[in-house]
Design a protein around this ligand. Structure first.
Ligand SMILES: Cc1ncc(COP(=O)(O)O)c(C=O)c1O
Length: 396
């Protein structure tokens, strides 16, 4: 089979032309002009690193933060940068003062790294991780809300809620969950790893105690650009994972908060500082900006899912309202589903090696099921999902 075409916008990315790239969801993919902006910032830094960090860095950091705050409708002073959502989740969890018997709610769709971070803090403190089992095939978001709310007890201190789940690409009813959980006195840590650029997020309205998310996925900024937003009444209790110069800094509480996060030690801040360019570049690619990007990608993901369901002889596992720019379907398999392996799932490897398709096939041992998850980004074309469907037909 000859390789399918990409969309007319694909030339803005440097993706391998010999690969059918249907996995934007794992690590994003950064357009060439945004990488050029990152290179420009790095050159500026390297011309005189001392001058850059003394005289230019703070203003650039503040400008980038203010730009991101606008798209999240966030309180700028509560927003800061981290390198990735895993770090954001760890930052919050490891700042909690947990007591024996405290409970943290997660679901059995929770990203394994974040699940591990919850287990780490609960095991160390004698607290308990409460895993809510949520079947993948569901009628609608109400089911998720009911299952999670049923797990709340008077010992629940926190719930880790995804915007969109990793193994199953499912849009969670996070708005309703934040409202319901927090009105029961349970703080929410919103995991928006798949956040801005794939689903609208209004932090002022939602007011989760904590929210962390990636820009390097759906905003397409360089890897290592992520954020953490902490509600004003929780700011004092959260410290960055790296205790650095900011800890002994004598300034206002806000200056100290900013400095503690903005200076975790020497590192390359160009991913954070490239966020404004990524936001404006991406939204300028189509009439209608981010709303149109999200709607186009979602439509493509839904069409792609229909093609896969047809070929697998199955029906969509979740209603369309629970799909954004990613969609997952179960892969029929007789094997026992074990933990994910660093070598990649054999079926994933077969699709890559024999058909040049880059698509995740995820064994999810918590459900005893393998999922294939497609993503849709502006560079994709419907022909690529048709090609995947033909490959699935051949293989299965
Ligand atoms: C729901 C969820 N949380 C957290 C992460 C971790 O993101 P990162 O590797 O950028 O920390 C991912 C990554 O795919 C994810 O899907």
């Amino acid at each position: 089979m000859s390789l399918p075409r990409r969309s007319d916008l694909a030339h803005h990315w440097s993706l391998d032309p010999n690969t059918v790239f249907l996995n934007h969801g794992s690590f994003g993919a950064t357009p060439i002009p945004v990488l050029e902006e990152q290179a420009r910032i790095r050159n500026l830094l390297e011309r005189d690193p001392v001058r850059f960090f003394e005289r230019e860095y703070t203003d650039l950091w503040n400008a980038s933060r203010a730009t991101l705050a606008r798209i999240l409708n966030a309180e700028t002073d509560g927003l800061t940068f981290v390198s990735n959502a895993t770090q954001g989740v760890n930052t919050v969890l490891r700042s909690l003062k947990l007591k024996p018997g405290d409970e943290i709610i997660i679901s059995d769709h929770t990203y394994q790294a974040c699940w591990n971070a919850v287990d780490y803090v609960t095991q160390k403190s004698g607290a308990r991780t409460v895993v809510v089992n949520i079947p993948f095939r569901m009628e609608g978001p109400e089911e998720v809300v009911d299952l999670i709310m049923d797990a709340v007890t008077d010992r629940t201190v926190l719930a880790l809620i995804d915007t969109i789940t990793s193994p199953t690409g499912t849009r969670m009813p996070f708005e309703e969950l934040i409202e319901k959980l927090q009105s029961r006195g349970v703080d929410v840590l919103l995991d928006a790893a798949h956040g801005p650029g794939i689903v609208p997020i209004d932090l002022a309205r939602l007011a989760p105690a904590y929210c962390t998310g990636n820009c390097h996925k759906w905003i397409c900024s360089p890897k290592g650009s992520a954020f953490l937003h902490i509600r004003e009444d929780r700011k004092n209790s959260v410290k960055p994972l790296n205790i650095s110069h900011g800890f002994s800094f004598e300034g206002t509480a806000q200056e100290k908060f900013d400095f503690e996060f903005a200076w975790p030690g020497t590192q390359d801040p160009s991913p954070w500082l490239s966020i404004p360019k990524a936001l404006t570049f991406m939204e300028g690619l189509v009439d209608g900006g981010w709303e149109e990007i999200m709607s186009r990608n979602r439509n493509l993901a839904l069409q792609g899912r229909d093609l896969i369901c047809d070929v697998l002889g199955t029906t969509p596992p979740v209603p369309d309202s629970m799909v954004c720019s990613m969609a997952a379907v179960e892969v029929p398999s007789d094997e026992e589903v074990g933990a994910m392996s660093l070598d990649g799932d054999p079926f994933h490897n077969q699709l890559l090696d024999d058909y040049s398709i880059q698509v995740p096939v995820m064994p999810w041992r918590h459900h005893g099921t393998k999922y294939i998850r497609i993503s849709a980004q502006l560079y994709n074309h419907i022909d690529e999902y048709e090609y995947l469907a033909k490959a699935l037909k051949d293989c299965l």
